[in-house]
Design a protein around this ligand. Structure first.
Ligand SMILES: NC(=O)c1ccc[n+]([C@@H]2O[C@H](COP(=O)([O-])OP(=O)(O)OC[C@H]3O[C@@H](n4cnc5c(N)ncnc54)[C@H](O)[C@@H]3O)[C@@H](O)[C@H]2O)c1
Length: 257
């Protein structure tokens, strides 16, 4: 087991990459608190992961865009866990709209769920990790690096901010032995399926052709288990000399920089 006894908080644990991560972390022996706003599936994933063991998963409701709520839930979670070794800040949502039509509300939503979420949870984790060190795993996106042929500029800008934050705190918190990295997945999750379902037939075909040509490994989006496996590595003591990196788990679609 690579994470035996590790104390971990995961955001977004009710679905997708974070759900797969919660399950993998428990399989590797970690004790996890999973946060989300979709309580029914969050509770179910926690129950199933604990039953599968050998680690445990507790679920707590937390809107990660609200700083007071994040601080309150992190206090409760770290108390339950008896400390904090790892934070995986994975929660997120998409936005598709032409750049020229974006409103202040659209921007606030993307900044809230991506940048504020990352800043609030990372800072809350720092307060516990600063004495003993730890690993923080944030979630960026290839959309911040390459842009996207769907209209995702607000999402891309917010993810770019997450990636810049990650590099900055990796330097700032290195003296506390806190490692901070970012991951960019390209996998079939409820988020990706939602976006695909909204496309017209021609765009669906263009999407499928794009992946066939641009994903060297497999020609398609991958399984959420793939970024979950990287999260296990980044959370483990095998990754103690890695910080400030943006790592893509996308079958070779994008080379991060
Ligand atoms: N799926 C991909 O291919 C892909 C590509 C690039 C980046 N990402 C990023 O990876 C991360 C995981 O994405 P996913 O595809 O698993 O998404 P998903 O939609 O399948 O799951 C995201 C989870 O975050 C939760 N969440 C959203 N807003 C929240 C809030 N305010 N408070 C608490 N929880 C909230 C949702 O309830 C959901 O359970 C996201 O940050 C996403 O932007 C995904």
């Amino acid at each position: 087991m690579q994470l035996e006894g590790k104390k971990i908080i995961v955001t977004g644990g009710a679905n997708g990459v974070a759900e797969a991560t919660v399950r993998r972390f428990a399989e590797e022996g970690a004790n996890v608190v999973s946060l989300d706003i979709q309580d029914e599936s969050g509770e179910r994933v926690a129950r199933e992961a604990t039953a599968a063991g050998p680690g445990t998963v507790a679920y707590m409701h937390c809107d990660i865009t609200q700083q007071d709520e994040v601080n309150r839930v992190f206090d409760a979670a770290t108390q339950l866990l008896g400390g904090l070794d790892v934070l995986a800040a994975i929660a997120g949502t998409e936005a598709v709209k032409p750049a020229e039509d974006l409103t202040g509300e659209d921007i606030d939503k993307m900044i809230g769920v991506h940048l504020k979420h990352t800043v609030f949870t990372n800072a809350a984790a720092f307060r516990t990790m600063k004495d003993k060190g730890g690993s923080i795993i944030n979630y960026g996106s290839h959309v911040a690096i390459t842009g996207h042929f769907l209209d995702m500029s607000a999402y891309g800008a917010a993810k770019g901010a997450v990636q810049a934050w990650t590099r900055n705190v990796a330097r700032e918190w290195a003296e506390y032995n806190i490692r901070v990295n970012a991951v960019g997945p390209a996998v079939w999750t409820p988020l990706a399926k939602r976006m695909f379902a909204e496309l017209d037939t021609d765009t669906k075909q263009a999407f499928t052709d794009y992946f066939a040509w641009n994903v060297p490994l497999g020609g398609d989006l991958g399984d959420p288990l793939e970024p979950a496996k990287l999260n296990v590595f980044l959370a483990s003591d095998n990754a103690t000399f890695i910080t400030g990196q943006m790592l893509q788990v996308d079958g070779g679609q994008v080379f991060a920089r």
